[in-house]
Design a protein around this ligand. Structure first.
Ligand code: HEC
Length: 190
């Protein structure tokens, strides 16, 4: 009788221990792969934690809250260029346009709008991934600051493909981002 009671207790302890192991390994699994199962969910998760909205999404107020109705649509075509002071970097209140020693840059429209989005600039999954690896747009032109492509180059191919997949699912916004004005190349030689 005594032995039976003890083995019952041991069985209970074992079951609790197993339960703990299973739940710990489940949460560890979520921790190593955020965003859930599909590439689109993973891409959304990555875009939301890697700062893309900071520069690519217009804001709805002076506190810098993202305007959810036009996420990732880039520098609004209706806005003006930030001021310039030599030796300084200036940005618009919504962080979608910048001036610096490299000239003036406007954050691109990343939505799937066929006239003004990434598709209009001949992007596909392969050259989207390549842009993050090389800093070169499909047109061959180098991407200007402050787009931090060197940091994003540390993402895996699967992560960059997941971001591409997510960007194909967001609302297409027709917004022709103003053209960049790169600074004249600095004088070289004597
Ligand atoms: C610090 C600001 C900043 C952040 C953060 C940022 N970008 Fe950019 N990005 C820019 C600017 C500005 C440009 C335009 C540069 C140019 O046209 O040369 C740009 C250009 C791009 C381009 C090239 C588009 C084209 O038309 O060729 C892609 C793609 C892109 N960004 C995707 C992303 C993604 C995805 C994220 C988040 C993982 C991100 N960016 C985060 C500022 C930023």
């Amino acid at each position: 009788m005594k032995i039976q009671f003890r083995s019952l207790w041991m069985f209970g302890a074992l079951a609790i221990a197993l339960g703990v192991v299973v739940s710990v390994s489940q949460s560890a699994g979520q921790g190593t792969r955020g965003g859930g199962g599909s590439p689109v969910e993973r891409g959304k998760y990555l875009v939301n934690i890697t700062g893309c909205h900071d520069c690519h999404s217009p804001k709805k107020d002076a506190a810098g809250h993202i305007d959810e109705t036009r996420i990732l649509s880039g520098r609004p075509s209706t806005t003006t260029v930030p001021s310039t002071t030599p030796g300084e970097i200036h940005t618009a209140l919504d962080l979608t346009a910048w001036t610096g020693p490299w000239g003036t840059t406007n954050a691109s429209n990343l939505t799937p709008d066929t006239m003004t989005g990434l598709l209009a600039r001949k992007y596909n999954e392969a050259n989207f991934v390549a842009m993050f690896r090389t800093g070169k747009k499909p047109s061959g032109v180098g991407v200007l600051p402050p787009m931090p492509y060197e940091m994003y180059a540390n993402m895996t191919d699967d992560d960059l493909k997941a971001i591409w997949a997510y960007l194909q699912t967001i609302k297409p916004i027709r917004n022709q981002v103003p053209a960049n004005a790169p600074a004249p190349a600095p004088a070289r030689g004597k």
